[in-house]
Design a protein around this ligand. Structure first.
Ligand code: PNS
Length: 163
């Protein structure tokens, strides 16, 4: 049973993340999407909300589960008996930070490999940050997120405007 961990903030899940999850689910027996709780960034969605949105968007993928994690990623991967970490690479601009994280994680635990997967080219410009900005300004985010995420964004950003 080969297990891979796909960690991230997922604030919120985009179709680019989903594309990586689908590709990983075809390669591994078990994919755990691990939502980071301990972020320095101020997320729009709570960890539980982000987890629920991913679960709702991956119901057709039986070997994918979603979990929350805090602390060191390499420790979480060991707890899950994971063999590798997957990270999406959209463009060269992602590379430097990802390279640094992958080598640091290897330094912390040399048995855990980091694999990079490229989402579909049409998602290479996509980011959670831009999706939140577009939705907050009333733009249509349907091409970039699942219907569940679109609805959650409208509810959250709509509320934020009223308050
Ligand atoms: O989606 P993001 O924000 O790029 O995800 C970054 C994340 C959560 C994968 C990264 O910050 C992480 O692994 N955090 C856990 C703490 C940790 O292990 N830090 C050392 C990384 S070298």
């Amino acid at each position: 049973m080969r297990t891979v961990i796909y960690p991230g903030s997922f604030d919120p899940l985009t179709n680019g993340h989903l594309d990586v999850i689908q590709r990983a689910a075809r390669l591994f027996d078990r994919v755990v999407v691990a939502v980071a709780r301990n972020e320095s960034k101020q997320p729009l969605f709570s960890p539980a909300e982000r987890k629920t949105l991913i679960e709702q968007s991956t119901t057709d993928l039986p070997n994918v589960s979603v979990d929350l994690f805090e602390g060191l990623l390499v420790e979480y991967v060991e707890q899950q008996s994971g063999h590798a970490v997957i990270r999406g690479l959209r463009a060269l601009s992602d590379f430097e930070n990802e390279f640094q994280m992958a080598l640091m994680n290897r330094q912390l635990n040399e048995h855990i490999e980091t694999l990079f997967m490229m989402p579909r080219a049409s998602y290479s410009f996509l980011s959670s940050h831009l999706v939140k900005e577009i939705s907050g300004l009333g733009g249509d985010v349907s091409p970039f997120v699942t219907p569940e995420v679109k609805e959650a964004l409208a509810a959250k950003l709509g509320q934020a405007c009223v308050n």
